[in-house]
Design a protein around this ligand. Structure first.
Ligand code: PMP
Length: 280
């Protein structure tokens, strides 16, 4: 596998990064995950906008995002990825020695690491839906920044896996925020509910696309937090992300949803999403 690290394409076995990288020491960095449809980066501008926002928020300098696009396409080619690719960009505040919390000197460049891999879509989950659990949202108050500091999300997701589920839906003060790596949606009386954009969720690109499609399909949208006590009153649920697209949720903890069948509106949105990505 060929990866990109700080200006060079190299075999992953040969990629070297100092253990004094601030990402390793302090989780001082941000990341982005992008995918392709029909060999084209999907909503690249949206992903780059989000990356720039994340960089700005952690007071890192703007990186050359025009050059970045070319690098990503080269990486896809070098890895001979013919089907869908998933690309991860990891950007840290660089390498600093000796260890010190405050920022390194301006001349310290960021460390930029990019991978491109074949995306193994889970078709079964898209068709039949998944089980999720709920867990406490233990993350910090800036979930709008795509920080590489993911420990609360890692722990909650592991809890989900150990419970035979694929995702943990996070709850802060009785309200559902989002999943550990997905946004969460619910449907009631043909109206779509999802948490509003704020510091408490990541503004998912798939979330944005789903809201755009819903508007086109004349589906009513309420960007409101869902109270966990009201979960039973909803008809359908789904989660969204770049890699999971629109995945129906058919069980939340012990609550079986719609006799374990993906809902009508969920399926309608999946079809609209498929149409969009097929034409991309
Ligand atoms: N929320 C969180 C916390 C995430 O990590 C992700 C994955 N990037 C998402 C939502 C979904 O975002 P997107 O649709 O842009 O992949």
């Amino acid at each position: 596998m060929t990866v990109y690290l700080n200006g060079n394409f190299t075999l992953v076995e040969k990629a070297k990064l100092s253990p004094f990288d601030r990402g390793f020491l302090f989780a001082d960095g941000v990341y982005e995950g992008i995918r392709t449809y029909n060999s084209k980066l999907f909503r690249y501008d949206d992903h780059i906008k989000r990356l720039i926002k994340s960089l700005n928020e952690i007071k890192m300098k703007f990186i050359d995002t025009i050059k970045l696009e070319g690098i990503i396409y080269q990486l896809i080619k070098k890895n001979d990825i013919k089907d869908s690719a998933v690309i991860y960009l990891q950007i840290t505040r660089g390498t600093q020695f000796p260890r010190k919390h405050s920022f390194p000197h301006e001349s310290t460049g960021p460390n930029i690491f990019i991978t491109a891999q074949n995306l193994n879509e889970n078709k079964e989950q898209l068709i039949n839906g998944v089980k999720v659990i709920t867990d406490v949202d233990n993350r910090w108050m800036r979930c709008d920044i795509k920080s590489i500091s993911l420990l609360p999300a890692v722990l909650a997701n592991q809890k989900a896996v150990e419970a035979g589920a694929i995702e943990a839906i996070l709850i802060r003060n009785g309200m559902i925020t989002e999943g550990t790596n997905t946004n969460f949606f619910a449907v009631k009386n043909n109206c779509l509910y999802t948490a509003p954009e704020s510091n408490l969720i990541l503004s998912g690109i798939t979330r944005k696309v789903v809201l755009e499609l819903s508007k086109k399909l004349d589906i009513e949208i309420k960007e409101d937090f869902i109270n966990t006590e009201d979960l039973r009153s909803f008809d359908e649920f789904f989660i969204t992300s770049t890699t999971k697209e629109i995945t129906p949720v058919v069980q939340i903890n012990n609550l079986v949803v719609n006799a374990r069948k993906p809902g009508i509106l969920t399926t309608k949105l999946q079809e609209a999403f498929r149409k969009l990505t097929n034409q991309y």
